[in-house]
Design a protein around this ligand. Structure first.
Ligand SMILES: Nc1nc2[nH]cnc2c(=O)[nH]1
Length: 341
């Protein structure tokens, strides 16, 4: 592989001049520039990022310690981060650890050794063991994207207002005249599971309704869990008229279960989701849901991290995103529409 010395030799200039031509760091006569670029093209020379990193002490690389790319929710956030990294001239190093602690530890160590300039964290669950190793790496500029309200002062965070989103979903169903409402939340260990459910329960209680335990069936953000949970809800003697699913993918499974029992969504039972994944518009019926601003989440988190890297900011910052109702066709008016509060 050609080196900068080979280019300098072929162009008949010094390596410093070649460097200035490539990096545009000093005036170089046009004719000389042309000669250098001709030599670069002839030799197919590519400047070494490794050599440059050693000199400037940055690698222009961001590490992302994440859970998986399989679920549409994660995929949309990661896509937004990757696009923004590219725009800013950074390479994204993706480390899917699947909530496996040993993998998280190994990836964190690898990323530190590769001297990433900053670290984005989206691990879904944050047991103390993970918090400890994150803190051990707190010399790295870091942003945690899915903790909800901040847990630590060594990292930037993004608050997604999961509680407000769950509240909004329940409030919408109440406003549409539903009072018998079930829920299929994601895992309680996850902020997006627990926070969305807590908001839902609060809205019901504020409306004078005691949530019925048998209508709250635990899911895990996968379609199969939504399917099984809906089957369980529908197997009961008294059924709810509406169900809030804490993730759109679970709503997809829940709608499938209802259909297989001969029920029509929304005419026999209304369903509202959460996340507004790209395909939720194309569910049958198209899904009424709570929009989680995923692109904004990814972009804001990266911008905050770059601000920390570039400006060498020490104090932790916290940004917020806000959930929004998206009305489509999976919810219709419930039996209490004329008596709503
Ligand atoms: N698959 C999946 N979807 C989500 N949507 C919000 N949180 C989650 C999560 O933890 N997993």
């Amino acid at each position: 592989m050609a080196t900068i010395k080979d280019v300098a030799k072929l162009a008949g200039v010094s390596t410093t001049t070649v460097s200035h031509v490539i990096n545009k760091t000093r005036f170089v006569a046009e004719q000389t520039q042309q000669t250098v670029w001709d030599a670069i093209n002839t030799l197919h020379y590519s400047p070494s990022a490794v050599a440059r990193s050693l000199k400037v002490n940055t690698t222009k690389t961001i590490g992302l310690l994440s859970t998986s790319v399989e679920a549409p929710y994660w995929a949309e956030i990661i896509e937004a981060i990757e696009k923004k990294c590219f725009q800013h001239g950074y390479t994204l190093l993706l480390a899917n650890a699947h909530t496996d602690f040993e993998k998280q530890r190994a990836y964190l160590s690898m990323m530190a050794q590769k001297r990433v300039d900053g670290l984005m964290v989206m691990c879904a669950e944050y047991p103390d063991s993970l918090l400890k190793i994150l803190e051990d790496h707190s010399q790295l500029p870091m942003v945690v994207m899915d903790w909800g309200s901040s847990h630590a002062n060594f990292t930037d965070t993004v608050e997604d207002n999961a509680f407000a989103g769950g509240h909004l979903a329940a409030r919408y169903l109440l406003d549409r005249g539903h009072r018998d409402i079930g829920c299929i939340p994601g895992q309680m260990e996850r902020h997006t599971g627990e926070g969305r459910l807590a908001g839902f329960i609060k809205a019901l209680k504020d409306a004078g309704i005691t949530p019925r335990e048998e209508w709250i069936v635990q899911g895990d953000f996968e379609s199969e869990s939504g399917y099984n949970a809906m089957q369980q809800i529908l197997s009961q003697k008294q059924r709810p008229t509406a169900v809030f699913c804490g993730g759109d993918v679970m709503a997809m499974g829940a709608i499938c279960a209802a259909n297989e029992q001969g029920l029509n969504v929304p005419h026999d039972i209304s369903v509202i989701g959460y996340d507004n994944i790209r395909n939720s518009r194309f569910f049958s019926p198209s899904l009424t849901t709570i929009h989680q601003p995923k692109i904004e989440l990814g972009e804001k988190a990266l911008e905050m991290l770059l601000d920390r890297i570039v400006n060498k900011r020490d104090e932790a910052q916290r940004l917020e995103i806000h959930p929004q109702l998206i009305e489509r066709r999976s919810v219709i008016d419930g039996p209490y529409i004329d008596y709503r509060r």
